[in-house]
Write a protein that binds this ligand. Structure first.
Ligand code: NAD
Ligand code: G6P
Ligand code: MN
Length: 435
C-alpha cells in the first residue's frame, strides 16, 4: 500500500484531494494518508481531518487518515509527499495584496511584489521539508502545489538538490476545458502543447487530423463580440486586446492579463478592494463558510461551495500525477519540471511549466524549442526575476531582493521599489528569518 504525507493538511482543499484518491482507489491503493499542519492550523486540521475520515469511511475504502502536527512522523517512509501549505496563512496573503496596491501596483498572490514575498516566506520551509525527506523518505516523490509553484519547484531542484519533484497548477486544466468548449470538440480529440513558466505559459491546440486550431480558439475567445471566457475564480475576466493576442499565435494563460493589461487590471483591483476587499479577504470569508460546512458531522462528500475557490480541479492534477507515476501510465500532463533544453530560451537547470509525459521516472517534457520575440522577451525577464527571487529567498540578501523587484514588470523601479520592499519586509518579518 501507498503512504502519502500532505503538508498543509488543514487546507480547505483537502476534501478535493481525498475525493480524487477515493475515485482512483482501484488503481492507486493508498493505505495511509497523513495530514500534517502546524499549531496555527490545528483547528482547521481537526475539522477538515474529521471530514476526510468521514469521506473515506463513506467510500468504504481501506485507508487510514492520520492527523498530526509532527511532520517527521508523517514523512517517515512516505511514498509521496504533497505540499499545500501557506506560510503566514491568509493574513500574510492579504498583506501581499494590499501593500503593493496601496502604492499603485498590482497586489496579487503569485505575481508582482506580493508573489515575490510569498516565495521569500515559502522557500526556506520547502527546503527544510526536503532536508527531512532526505533523512526520512529518500525515495519519495515531492508533489508541490504550494505557490508560487514554479519558483518553489526550482528552489527544490537547484538549492535542495532534490530531483524527484513535480510542481502542479490547475490553470492548464481550465485552459483545456475552455478550448474544448469553444471548439465544441471533446478534450480527448485535441492535443495541447503548453510551454512557459508557472502562471505565465502559452499554448497551441491541434485536432486529431493534425490541423492546428490555435487561431480558431483565439477567435472564439477574444475576437470582438466573442462570448466572455470562463477563467479561474480568482482572476477577473477581462478581455485581452484582440490584435495583441492574435499576434502571439498562441493562447495566453489567464495570469497574462496582469502583464498584457496592467492598467485595466489595476483599476479593477482598486475597485474590488474598495467594494469587497482583496481576493485574500474574499477567500477568508469563503474559507470561514467552508469550514462551517465541514463541521457538519453528516457531511461526507466535497461540497459544491469549494468550487468558488481558484483551485478547482486541483485533485485532477495532484491525484492523477501520483497515479501516473505509481502506475507508469505515460499520461500527458502540464507540470513544472526541470527544463533540460525543452525551451531553448531559458536556462537548462531552471523550472519550466510544460506538457510532459508522466512515467514512473517522472516528467519527460515535450520539446518546445524557441519562442518568437513577444513571448521570449517577457519569459526571459520573468525567469531572471524568478532566479533572483529564489536566490534572495535562500540567502536573505537585500540587494538581490531589490534587484528582483527592479526586474519585475509589475513593480516600478527606483525609490518606489525600495519603499515597497522595505514595507513588506517589515510587515512579514516574523516569517522571514533569513533577512
Ligand atoms: P491555507 O491558508 O488554507 O493554508 C493551508 C494550511 O497550511 C493551513 O492549515 C496552514 O496552517 C498550513 N501551514 C502553514 N504553514 C505551514 C507549515 N510550515 N507547515 C505545515 N503547514 C503549514 O491555504 P490554501 O488556500 O488552502 O492554499 C494552500 C497553498 O496551495 C497555497 O500556497 C496556495 O497558493 C496554493 N495553491 C496552489 C494552487 C496551484 O495552482 N498550484 C491552487 C490553489 C492553491
Ligand atoms: C488559481 C491558481 C492557483 C491559485 C488559486 C487562487 O487556481 O492556479 O495557483 O492559488 O487560483 O485561488 P483563491 O481561491 O485562493 O483566490
Ligand atoms: Mn496555479
Amino acid at each position: 500500500g501507498i503512504k502519502i504525507a500532505t503538508i498543509g493538511g488543514g487546507s480547505s482543499y483537502t476534501p478535493e484531494l481525498v475525493e480524487g484518491f477515493i475515485k482512483r482507489y482501484a488503481e492507486l491503493p493508498i493505505r495511509e494518508l497523513w495530514l500534517v499542519d502546524i499549531e496555527a492550523g490545528r483547528e482547521k486540521l481537526e475539522i477538515v481531518g474529521a471530514m476526510a475520515k468521514r469521506m473515506v469511511k463513506a467510500a468504504g475504502i481501506d485507508c487510514e487518515v492520520h492527523l498530526t502536527l509532527d511532520r517527521r512522523e508523517a514523512l517517515k517512509d512516505a511514498d509521496f509527499v504533497t505540499t499545500q501549505f501557506r506560510v503566514g496563512l491568509l493574513e500574510a496573503r492579504i498583506k501581499d495584496e494590499s501593500i503593493p496596491l496601496k502604492h499603485g501596483m498590482i497586489g496579487q498572490e503569485t505575481n508582482g511584489a506580493g508573489g515575490m514575498f510569498k516565495a521569500f516566506r515559502t522557500i526556506p520551509v520547502i527546503l527544510s521539508i526536503v532536508e527531512d525527506m532526505k533523512e526520512l523518505c529518500p525515495n519519495a516523490w515531492l508533489i508541490n502545489f504550494t505557490n508560487p509553484a514554479g519558483m518553489v519547484t526550482e528552489a527544490v531542484l537547484r538549492y535542495g538538490q532534490w530531483d524527484k519533484v513535480i510542481g502542479l497548477c490547475n490553470v492548464p486544466i481550465g485552459a483545456i476545458k475552455s478550448a474544448s468548449a469553444v471548439l465544441d470538440k471533446p478534450e480527448e480529440e485535441l492535443f495541447f502543447k503548453f510551454a512557459g513558466i508557472n502562471h505565465l505559459h502559452w499554448h497551441k491546440v491541434y485536432d486529431k487530423t493534425g490541423a492546428e486550431l490555435t487561431e480558431q480558439v483565439i477567435e472564439g475567445l477574444y475576437a470582438p463580440g466573442a462570448k466572455p471566457e470562463k477563467v479561474v475564480e480568482n482572476i477577473r475576466n477581462m478581455r485581452f486586446l484582440y490584435d495583441q493576442v492574435r499576434q502571439l499565435k498562441m493562447l495566453p494563460c489567464p495570469y497574462h492579463r496582469y502583464y498584457y493589461m496592467t492598467d485595466n487590471m489595476l483599476k479593477e483591483e482598486l475597485e474590488e478592494a474598495k467594494n469587497e476587499g482583496t481576493r485574500g479577504q474574499v477567500v477568508k470569508r469563503l474559507e470561514d463558510s467552508l469550514f462551517e460546512l465541514y463541521k457538519d458531522p453528516n457531511l461526507d462528500y466535497k461540497p459544491e461551495e469549494l468550487s468558488k475557490r481558484g483551485g478547482a480541479h486541483y485533485s485532477d492534477a495532484a491525484c492523477e500525477i501520483i497515479n501516473s507515476i505509481y502506475n507508469n501510465k505515460g499520461t500527458l500532463m502540464v507540470v513544472s519540471t526541470r527544463n533540460n533544453g525543452a525551451i531553448d530560451d531559458v536556462p537548462y537547470d531552471s523550472a519550466i511549466e510544460v506538457t510532459s509525459v508522466i512515467r514512473a521516472h517522472g516528467a519527460e517534457p515535450v520539446n518546445f524549442g524557441k519562442f518568437p520575440p513577444a513571448q521570449r522577451g517577457l519569459l526571459q525577464v520573468m525567469k531572471a526575476m524568478e532566479e533572483l527571487t529564489i536566490e534572495a529567498a535562500v540567502t536573505g540578501d537585500y540587494a538581490t531582493a531589490l534587484q528582483a523587484f527592479t526586474l519585475n514588470p509589475l513593480v516600478p523601479s527606483g525609490d518606489i521599489a525600495q519603499t515597497v520592499l522595505d514595507e513588506l519586509l517589515e510587515a512579514h518579518k516574523e516569517h522571514l528569518p533569513q533577512f
